[in-house]
Design a protein around this ligand. Structure first.
Ligand SMILES: [Zn+2]
Length: 245
């Protein structure tokens, strides 16, 4: 059930049986020569919609621009600064808690969002108390790409060629969801992702084609479906558990 495709009376009715909601959060950033700029938003949104269907939960519009400052030396990347992203997350939470939602399950597609999202949760808990809103809320950050089953499958299919950015697993999920947008290109030998993440220009010097230790040419739409199903199954369980906690 998608919030954007619902009416307010439907949302009001939903709230009589659940105060949980799923928020997909991704990023709009370079993903190497063959990965879509929207990879992290596409995967988070697709998986969130799948979890929403499996659990009968409402799914909000995706926060599809995240914290991707280190990718901004590549054309097409859009990034919010951490402070901006924190305010975006806080405003989602304040608006939805006014409606009566109390349990916020974020499905995240981008490692670079993790620190900022957690900081935003802390800010929001305190902010809601300052506003003297009666409602206590709880937030949970689920990184689909770090789930046990997904991690295991990536290891089995790609070994150390999974890498840490523009990975074959995330590219495979986009290939499954958008088969008409599959890209191919010549790929240089991979560069191990052993260097830290600093400035945008340092990142581009270190990882000239944008990949970090990954070989996305191994991705297939069939693999993508397996990752998708594993992530939906795992996160549906986590969502139920979170609701009960
Ligand atoms: Zn990504």
């Amino acid at each position: 059930m998608q919030l954007a495709l619902s009416t307010w009376p439907e949302v009001e009715e939903y709230l009589t049986r659940s105060t949980g909601i799923i928020i997909p959060i991704g990023s709009t950033e370079q993903h190497g020569p063959t990965g879509l700029i929207g990879t992290d938003a596409i995967t988070a949104e697709g998986i969130a919609i799948g979890v929403g269907k499996a659990t009968n939960a409402l799914v909000t519009p995706t926060i599809n621009v995240g914290m991707a400052l280190h990718h901004t030396a590549f054309p097409g990347t859009i990034s919010l600064r951490p402070a901006t992203l924190m305010l975006v997350i806080r405003d989602y939470l304040v608006s939805l808690s006014r409606s009566g939602f109390t349990k916020f399950f974020f499905i995240n597609g981008h490692g670079g969002n993790m620190a900022t999202a957690k900081a935003a949760f802390s800010e929001t808990y305190a902010h809601l108390q300052d506003l003297q809103m009666e409602q206590e809320i709880q937030c949970y950050l689920a990184n689909w790409f770090m789930g046990g089953a997904v991690y295991q499958l990536a290891k089995e299919l790609y070994g150390d060629k999974e890498g840490s950015h523009a990975t074959p697993s995330e590219v495979a999920v986009t290939q499954y969801l958008y088969p008409d947008a599959i890209k191919t290109a010549f790929l240089e030998p991979l560069i191990p992702s052993t260097h830290g993440i600093y400035s945008p220009s340092d990142f581009r010097r270190r990882y000239p084609d944008g990949r970090m230790g990954s070989d996305p040419s191994l991705a297939t739409p069939e693999h993508g479906q397996r990752f998708y199903d594993a992530a939906v199954q795992e996160l549906s369980k986590s969502y139920h558990k979170f609701l009960q906690s």
